[in-house]
Design a protein around this ligand. Sequence first.
Ligand SMILES: Cc1cc2nc3c(=O)[nH]c(=O)nc-3n(C[C@H](O)[C@H](O)[C@H](O)COP(=O)(O)OP(=O)(O)OC[C@H]3O[C@@H](n4cnc5c(N)ncnc54)[C@H](O)[C@@H]3O)c2cc1C
Length: 438
Amino acid sequence: MYNGSRPEPMKHVVVVGGGIAGLATAYALRGKARVTIVEPDVPGGTIRTIREDGFLVEGGPDSFITAKPEGTALCRELGLGDQLIPPSVRKVYVLSRGKLHPLPEGMFLTVPTKIWPMLTSGLISWTGKMRMGMEFFLPRGGGGDESIGAFVRRRFGDEAVAKIAEPLMGGIFVAEADRLSLRATFPRFAEMEEKHRSLIRAMRKIPVTGQSPLLSLRGGMGALVEALLARIDAAIVRAEAKKIEPGYRVVLSDGAVEADAVVVATPPPVTVDLVRAWPELAAAIARVPCETTATVSLGYRAADMPRPLDASGFVIPKAEKRRILACTWCSSKFEGRAPDGSALLRCFFVGSPPDPAGVAREELREILGIVAEPVLTKTYLWPGANPIYEVGHQDRVAEIEARTPVGMVLTGSGYRGIGIPGCIADAKRTADRIVGNG
Ligand SMILES: Cc1cc2nc3c(=O)[nH]c(=O)nc-3n(C[C@H](O)[C@H](O)[C@H](O)COP(=O)(O)OP(=O)(O)OC[C@H]3O[C@@H](n4cnc5c(N)ncnc54)[C@H](O)[C@@H]3O)c2cc1C
């Protein structure tokens, strides 16, 4: 009923950073606030899909996990439901003593859920297998924020850390398992131990849904960015934010924008500099370490591949002392990534060697025996774009939140959710907080 008073004007919210975190926040603010996004580059941040000569290359993320439902839910909401595709293959190899061994089927991260593939696997020694099996009988332990390495070692033994946890986690969280916080990365594992004592036991109680653990989009992850851009109701200012002043005023490379509230969705190393007007906040954000990563995508003629690319790729334990961390066989992992008669592989680096493409080719020659010239080479460098959730991460985030002024919210992969679904989930919470519902 009309009560004679005028509707309150909508808040003007400036979102600094147009990666998935900033775009998903702007999307969640539709109809609730007037939004301006400040982004100097192409929107999408590390989500970067290009098409060239029939290849579909992902410079950053190539998929997202379904265990956190927000990625799938947003794609469906944006009308991309029929574009969602599961990996075409489930097999993953682990490089061990220079040879590729399949990760035993039914392995959920480090937890074996099927006995036979585990017993017949050439990846783990018999002593290692017996030690892993003992997990079923072990009492609860740990407590507090443990590292993933300490947790897996305590439950499954050293070999499970070295050959499974370390290379798998390294590929996802770009840091050694002994640095990573279990509670910030896999809180479910800690909960399983608390509730069921044994993780093997807990996993056997989870109903098999047939849902793929990973999904991508037929047109690549860039399709999500395009769909968001088509649906958000925001002005996009193509400029670099230089600093944020109390009140709020976002100073740009060219001019400034006034805001009632500000969402800072830039990577932590950039945010530290933007919020220097609040030195304690800047110091707290600086305590979240961030790694630089790089990807090199190489397209080949399929006939030049010395072996069948019959898996989604391989991961590499530290003990192998290789210069790449993992290699995705993109054209086997998802449909439509390479033209007929071609193959697409992508090497993943932590840090950035002087000649990433040259190093990637040398590594593929030594590991897979690929000597042919690639028909396509694409290199992407992501400086400081990968936050590391070290042990104690949640305390660091609590401190950041305590020092963030009213009317400002920090979001993105640096704080409460690594990866695309984590960023999307946090964007929703961020929008609620900004308009005062959360
Ligand atoms: C190589 C690689 C592979 C990955 N693979 C996966 C995967 O398979 N699945 C998955 O879920 N996740 C993956 N991730 C992680 C995922 O990409 C990130 O968690 C997520 O995209 C982070 O989004 P974001 O918006 O927080 O940050 P970003 O994507 O980094 O976006 C930040 C934005 O801020 C902008 N910006 C920077 N400085 C300024 C400034 N001064 N003013 C204004 N704007 C600024 C940038 O241009 C950028 O657009 C991967 C990451 C990398 C680097």
